[in-house]
Write a protein that binds this ligand. Structure first.
Ligand SMILES: [Mg+2]
Length: 179
């Protein structure tokens, strides 16, 4: 009943994912949410994030930015990154995730959705049958946490006690191994 809210894995950040292991499992497409997943909401990219995308492309992955934000905001973020994107995506409608798969010309089990919001990113991925990785949302000091985050935390507790965790086979990197 709650399965539609469960990611396949939960990690502290996009830098704590073992992308080599995902590639070895046949994953070829990485569908990233933008705001609070890659950078704080509205921020431009960073050298670390630019470097991560360069490395992912070198490994052989296709990437796609799937965001409910505007095209203008996405293009501002993509200044140093060469990636297709879907703007004003309408998550959690699974159509947004299916459209991403079509653009990448991949099947659902060849891609992973990576995002910070259960009720947007994870529900969209599950609706389209795509594996997903929830990353801990990026915050800035002093930021007020919305009540949805407390609901997410409760769901995560249930998820982490169950058989739904680690469905991608422990792709969470430990500190010190991070990308
Ligand atoms: Mg987000």
């Amino acid at each position: 009943m709650l399965e539609k809210y469960y990611p396949y894995e939960y990690v502290p950040s996009v830098f704590a994912i073992d992308y080599e292991k995902l590639y070895a499992q046949g994953i070829r497409g990485l569908i990233f949410d933008l705001d609070n997943t890659l950078v704080h909401h509205g921020d431009p990219s960073t050298p670390e994030v630019d470097g991560l995308f360069a490395r992912l492309h070198q490994l052989g992955f296709q990437t796609l930015i799937l965001s409910d934000n505007s095209e203008e905001r996405i293009l501002d973020f993509l200044k140093n990154i060469d990636s297709p994107y879907v703007a004003e995506a309408g998550k959690p409608d699974p159509a947004a995730c299916r459209k991403s798969l079509e653009m990448l010309n991949l099947k659902a089990d060849q891609a992973v959705v990576i995002g910070d919001q259960i009720f947007k990113d994870i529900v969209c991925a599950n609706g389209a049958g795509i594996p997903s990785i929830l990353v801990h949302y990026i915050t800035v000091p002093g930021q007020k946490i919305g009540k949805t985050r407390y609901v997410e935390a409760a769901l995560l507790k249930l998820f982490q006690n169950g058989r739904y965790d680690h469905r991608l086979g422990h792709i969470r990197l430990k500190k010190g191994e991070q990308a």
